[in-house]
Design a protein around this ligand. Structure first.
Ligand code: ZN
Length: 447
């Protein structure tokens, strides 16, 4: 492997330039900005490793599918996406979002962390391996999506309609970051799911003069009473059946969770809080953070909250709620449980709108591929990696991998201060180069 690592070091400038080229090309799926150009660029990168390329058409942006079939026994698939988040608030960027700037060893650009850095690291690893050894020891597939940042509306379609292309022995997924303090790589085995709902409570058919409040019901109060039944003051979620489906943690998962770095004092200081929810600390805190579902009020609106006063009796009150879900909860089931709960408490009139839902996904920590990835990391990094049962964000892993037993592991070139989805997104050049090496090691070790 030394030879491949050496090749990567010697060609690091070229690999950096490829990434710069990718980042300088805007590709904002939400705004239909630069997507066609980016798609072509991705194809040109894939052709550098002689992949057979196919565009899977969708209503918006195609999935770029690539394949290197060497007739080997094992197949590994890389999932990445070539779209990025919008760049606003643009005034908070220190350099232009779509013009790479390098400062203090870091590459700044929209999408460099999420996830053009990862996309290119995978391709560069394959390239380096091929340059040194010619043929790869395994078959490879690439699934590069163009709609991840708008909710992956066609990933399920891909999985259902192209079973041959989905067929693989393991996947490397985007995500996974490096700790800033301890420099340890976080390896993700999945994501929590999410159920994002809006409750709507209606009163009179129009806003009224607030003197009418003596005789007419206020939907804002009613919504508050309904919310009061969802959670008690001790922070317990009270929705009946909410915890029933949850899969218990295995011993290995518990062990992995405890290996996670979590500096309680530092986090408390960072957020300006005195204690954590329910005063939980230590091992239990890590377990809750990783494996507990949530019920969160994301925003409430009703009546008048502008400057000065307006004596109004509102006609409608709304709240947006998000539930973070863990295996085996589902967005559909949570909505159903919430409906039953509201009905039971006399709030049949309160409507529920589901804006989006994502199923949780977890790779079995016992799967041998997890060890392949961990061994590969240890060939590159001195610091022992941290294995996380789920990463913080959500991801469409379930859409692609439900009904399969394909293990998917998330590793990446970003760090915990990479400013995902935020101004001044960045990664370290070093982490990018190391990420190429880790990927090359996985290719070697997965036989
Ligand atoms: Zn991403």
């Amino acid at each position: 492997m030394e030879k491949v690592f050496q090749y990567i070091d010697e060609n690091s400038e070229q690999y950096l330039n490829w990434l710069i080229e990718a980042c300088n090309q805007p590709s904002v799926s939400a705004q239909n900005r630069g997507m066609i150009e980016m798609k072509e660029l991705v194809k040109s990168f894939l052709s550098k490793v002689s992949a057979e390329i196919e565009e899977i058409e969708t209503e918006r942006y195609p999935i770029i599918y690539g394949e290197i079939n060497n007739g080997k026994e094992k197949t590994l698939t890389f999932y990445n996406h070539y779209d990025v988040q919008p760049d606003d608030p643009i005034e908070e960027w220190l350099s232009e979002p779509f013009k790479v700037e390098i400062r203090e060893g870091k590459i700044f650009a929209r999408g460099v962390a999420d996830n053009k850095g990862n996309l290119l690291a995978r391709i560069c690893a394959v390239h380096a391996y091929q340059q040194v050894y010619g043929e790869l020891p395994i078959n490879l597939k690439f699934v590069f999506e163009g709609e991840e940042e708008v909710g992956s509306p066609h990933l399920e379609y891909f999985a259902t309609n192209f079973p041959e292309k989905l067929k693989t022995d393991a996947m490397i997924w985007e995500g996974g970051t490096r700790g800033v303090e301890d420099r340890r790589l976080n390896v993700g085995l999945g994501v929590k799911g999410i159920s994002y709902l809006e409750l709507v409570c209606r009163g009179a058919n129009t806003d009224l003069h607030s003197s009418e409040a003596a005789i007419i019901e206020n939907p804002a109060w009613r919504l508050i009473w309904a919310l009061n039944t969802l959670k008690d003051k001790e922070e317990n979620i009270l929705i009946e059946g909410f915890f029933d489906d949850i899969a218990p943690l295995s011993e290995k998962e518990k062990k992995y969770i405890q290996s996670m770095h979590f500096d309680e004092e530092e986090i408390k200081e960072l957020y300006g809080i005195k204690s954590f929810l329910k005063n939980v600390t230590g091992e239990r805190l890590k377990e809750v953070l990783t494996a507990a579902p949530t019920c969160t009020i994301c925003g409430i609106s009703s009546g008048y909250i502008g400057e000065g006063s307006k004596t109004v009796l509102p006609s409608v009150a709304k709240v947006k709620l998000d539930f973070r879900l863990v295996p085996n909860q589902t967005p559909e089931r949570v909505k159903e449980l919430l409906r039953n709960h509201l009905d039971k408490h006399g709030f049949e009139d309160i409507g529920i709108l589901q804006s989006h839902g994502i199923h949780p996904f977890n790779t079995n920590p016992e799967d041998p591929f997890v060890d392949v990835v961990l061994d590969s990391i240890s060939e590159v990094y001195e610091e022992k990696p941290v294995i996380l049962r789920n990463l913080a964000g959500s991801s469409p892993m379930y859409k692609m991998l439900k009904n399969t037993n394909i293990p998917a592991v998330q590793i990446g070139v970003a760090n915990q201060q990479s400013n995902y989805h935020a101004p001044n997104e960045n990664i370290y050049i070093d982490d990018y180069i190391q990420g190429i090496k880790v990927t090359a090691s996985v290719i070697k070790n997965f036989r």
